[in-house]
Design a binder for this molecule. Structure first.
Ligand code: 13P
Ligand code: SF4
Length: 349
């Protein structure tokens, strides 16, 4: 047997051993060929593959060098000497990698891979808010595009948002663009919040007393989870532990047993003595946990998916490596300003 055939056989066997209880063998055999080719080409090119926790199991567990939440991937992108960086995640994350490590080529294996939060706000919106609230510090969730990051004072992720808001030397903070995350952070930090009106960039009618100013952006995935879902799941599975991502509506976070970034949710499941979990987040993450922890059981709510994260496939990852597609470029003047907001965030870690 030639070396090539032997390595492909080893890849297939490993994938069947790790994922055979989740994914049918015939599919794993097909995917193993792609995985094998990606890993060979990655070595040849000196590339690194970063994968968000939402990637499908046959990609997440096989071709990635680093997996994690937005913060962990931003740190990995900033620290790597490898070139190119293949970013298996969405566009704003790949942009963040480029901003933090501009000398490297960053490739996104997708045509668009957008995000409803990133699309909810423009740089012009931020400039208007700054005009209307002079002197108020502006925090942007990393789920924003580079030109928005360039206009703000500091970025944050779901994993460090409360810490950063608390550390700012101001009673009033503008927190963009996720309304729910802003409200969840306000609840955690004890601050009150208003949501700025998207029409006139001022406070919404009826709000007088505030410390965090939000924006009415929503994650189209987490916005779908409801208190009724949690109650129905608890009725059917009385011992289920409910974990909610902080992009979920505040009333959902309130009834959940735990809230945290995607990696914090994973760590919580791993360290918990419970065996059954409902993850209020993109469904692939539950599969990724079960692949490594077959003793854990997930109540699956897979009708709720992130179409943007699901644009990333093994086929396109191979294409990225073969044809340098698609290169993420951020103009230098935007990059330099956005980098300051991201580096400020990394100082808090
Ligand atoms: P995390 O930073 O928690 O991984 O969240 C990213 C995201 O887009 C969740 O929808
Ligand atoms: Fe954006 Fe929501 Fe998809 Fe995360 S899950 S990338 S916040 S649309």
């Amino acid at each position: 047997m030639g070396l090539e055939t032997k390595t492909l056989k080893q890849t297939t066997e490993k994938m069947i051993e790790q994922l055979g209880h989740l994914v049918p063998e015939f599919e794993l055999k097909k995917k193993a060929e792609l995985v094998h080719e990606i890993n060979e080409l990655k070595k040849e090119r000196g590339a690194i593959i970063l994968g968000h926790n939402y990637m499908e199991p046959a990609l997440y567990h096989t071709v990635t060098d680093v997996v994690g939440d937005s913060l962990q991937l931003a740190q990995a992108a900033a620290d790597t000497d490898c070139d190119p960086i293949i970013f298996c995640g969405v566009r704003f994350m790949a942009e963040t990698a480029k901003i933090l490590n501009p000398e490297r080529t960053v490739l996104l294996p997708a045509k668009v891979a957008g995000c409803s939060l990133a699309e909810s706000i423009t740089a012009e919106d931020v400039r208007k808010l700054r005009e209307n609230y002079p002197g108020v510090p502006i925090v942007a969730y990393v789920n924003t595009y580079a030109d928005v990051k360039a206009e703000v004072d500091v970025c944050c992720t779901s994993s460090n948002a409360a810490k950063i808001v608390e550390a700012l030397d101001s009673d009033v903070v503008i927190f963009l663009p996720d309304e729910y995350l802003a409200k969840n952070v306000a609840a955690e930090t004890g601050k009150k919040i208003i949501v700025a009106s998207q029409k006139d960039h001022g406070p919404s009618a009826g709000s007088k007393d505030f410390a965090v100013i939000g924006w009415a952006g929503k994650c189209e995935v987490h916005d779908q989870f409801t208190v009724e879902d949690v109650e129905a799941a608890r009725k059917q599975f009385p011992n289920v532990q409910v974990l909610a991502h902080p992009e979920c509506p505040p009333e959902v976070v309130e009834v959940a047993d735990f809230t945290g970034s995607t990696s914090k949710m994973i760590d919580k499941v791993k360290s918990s003595s419970a065996s059954k979990f409902l993850l209020l987040t993109e469904c692939a993450m539950g599969d990724n946990i079960v692949a490594e922890n077959p003793d854990k059981e997930m109540v699956r709510m897979c009708s709720v998916r992130c179409p943007h994260m699901n644009e990333i496939t093994l086929e396109d990852t191979l294409n990225a490596l073969k044809n340098n597609e698609r290169i993420i470029d951020v103009p230098k003047e935007v990059r330099d300003k956005a980098r300051k907001s991201l580096e400020k965030m990394l100082e808090y870690v």
